[in-house]
Design a protein around this ligand. Sequence first.
Ligand code: ADP
Length: 796
Amino acid sequence: MSHTHQGKPQAALAAIGRKVEDMAYGTPPPRLARWLWAMPNLALICFLAVGVAFLLFVRHHEHQRQYDTLVDDLLWQEQTLAAQLDARQTLLQTLANDQTRGELDEAGFYRRAAIFLAADTELLSLAYVNEYGEAVWSYPAEAAEPLQLQAAVIEPIQRAARIGIPASTPTFDYPGAGAAFALAHPAVRGNQTLGAFVAVISVKGLLRQHVPWWIAKRYQISVVDLEGRTLAARPEQAAPEADAPVQAMLFDPPGYGLRLQGQLLQTGWPWWQQVLYGLLGALSVVMLWSLWVLKRHMRERLNAERALVREANLRQAMEDSLTAGVLALDRSGCTLHVNRAFCQMVGLEAAALLGSQPPFAYWPPESHDQCAQAFTAVLRGECPAQGMALRVMRPDGSRLDLRLFASALIDADGQHTGWVASFADVSELQREREALQGSHERFVAVLDGLDASVAVTDCDSGELLMSNRAFREAFDQIDQTGALCVLPLRGEAAEGEWFDAITGRWYQHHRRAVPWVDRPAVWLDIATDVTERKLAADRERQQTDKLQQTARLIALGEIASSLAHELNQPLAAISSYCTACRNLTASGQLSPAELDDALGKIVEQSRRASAIVRGIREFVRKREPQRSPCRVGDLVDTVLLLLSAPLNRHFVRVVRERDADEAILSADPVLLEQVLFNLGKNAIEAMAQAGTDPAELSLQSRIRDGWVDLIVADRGPGIAPDEVEKLFLAFYTTKEEGMGMGLNICRTIVENHDGRLTVLPRPGGGSRFVVSLPLSPQASGEAGSDTPEISLVHRA
Ligand code: ADP
């Protein structure tokens, strides 16, 4: 797939990249690449080898030529010297001939010798010797001495003088002149030998005089004796190299193993050879350097190309991984390049897109003008920074919403060659936006559907950020700064009920800080209208009050008889006291003191009767709870009084434990009496129903950790554990004529006094109802008598 949208240049670039990579880093490297790298080195080595071989050949040839020349020159030199020696022999012969003819006298000899010696510097002396080799004449005079000293020298001279044959001597050391030799020529007259003329010749002088400059410049010419010692040389100071070409030949006369030797002086390279070698070396260095530079350049180039290929591959991968479509156009609008994402967007192959011109195949007919305008804007460089909306069409007819962005395409020379357009698929975005909008609308609908008022406000400024319909309807009181005017919706987190005076309604208000979309925390206020609930609760309370009232009236009927009985007692007492007073008054026995006592008793009984009546009225009258300090013992006493009728009716024994009779409670005594009366009545009825015998009602008061417990216990059937909670439900009763409101009212009253009403099974059978009430601060805390007072309330 990747090839389908790559243009030809990319494919070619990738192929080159692979080739370059293969050449530079392939494993193993191709043989051709190795040879390519080795070729310049081999060529250079061959070039150097051929150059050196050529120069060695030239040098060898030059040696040979020099040697040949040396041989020729040495031959010429030897002949020259031999000619010179012949000339000296001829000179001696001339003297000998003159002597033979008698034309030479001593003076003449000396004169001519002086001339000869002056002319020839190599000529050291001239002498005329007799047959014994003794000097007759000698010029210079002392020159005869060296000849006399050496027998080997004098012998050939003697031989010449005696036999008459020219001779030469071996070399000898001539004082002051180095090596020298002598030539002797006999003077013969007829068959008689007169003597011989001897010329001593300096070897050094001979060479100095007769080796020409052009020979001396090229060779060192030397005379070497039999033992290899150099007797003389020209030039004297030259030191030829040991391996310089040398040639020697016999030097005869004077003979005696002397050799004339020539050795080449200039063995060094000729200048042109030196120049050639230098050039060859320099060229080699330059070639090596250029080869190294070339290799380095090649390597850098390979690295650069490899980096280029990697970069190109990376860019290709990046481009392929893009979800945004990319399209490159030239300045005329012709498509130069497309990426994979663009091909997928428009559903066309890259080959079909490359080179295409507007109008493009992916322009939908219905949006043709819009597309044309968008592309015209791109080609004019007028594409806005936020992009342009565009709809494209796929071959299957489906449409896609895109957003188009464009920027100029600048080439490496900084030339503006076209435009690059990128396309973002916004269909999904659009769908998400619609989904978000739908979700928001649903959220708002749910929120507005709530009866509770919901508001979100900024923690710092109090600005209302969001509210629902219920809130807007109930609290449409926003000031100009947008801050909420509703007072309770400010400040700290809160939970509670609040009455809005403006609407006249009650609200359950809940406020807490919650994180918000664009800030760490905001206040979330939820205000639920609880007015109806509150009214219902009030109605219920009133209902309960009425029920309590009814219950009290019912109880009144039940206790009416006992009350009547109670009233009977004071009335009967009053009647008795009055009758007694009348009788005593009639008999005249009544003293004033007795009358006063009787009247006092009558007043006491009438007060008691009036208290009983007042108590009944208080009990029956519907009233609001009125708390006052009340003594526990008084409460219990009053209740026992109220219960006297049922107690008597069912023969129930009362057991009282007065542990906390002196304790003071802050309570409404009438309501608490009602509670204890109900509990006592239920206990008596339970025992009567069960036929408990003996029936016993226990009334106990005790203090426990700031609480006063009032316990009403019986020996009835008790209460099953699963029925305990049912007892307190309204209208729950097991009695035929019961109302089922007694315990419900009792619990309400006790809880209104901040107390608790609990029921427990009594050990030994029966049940225990415990009324726990908080002790009043003024409570004396003193418990009553430890000894329970047991009294039987048996009334006739
Ligand atoms: P009523 O007395 O009109 O039935 P109450 O609310 O006073 O209404 O009592 C509810 C029920 O609780 C009674 O019907 C009875 O079954 C049960 N009950 C109350 N006190 C006792 C008790 N001491 N022993 C056993 N059952 C009791």
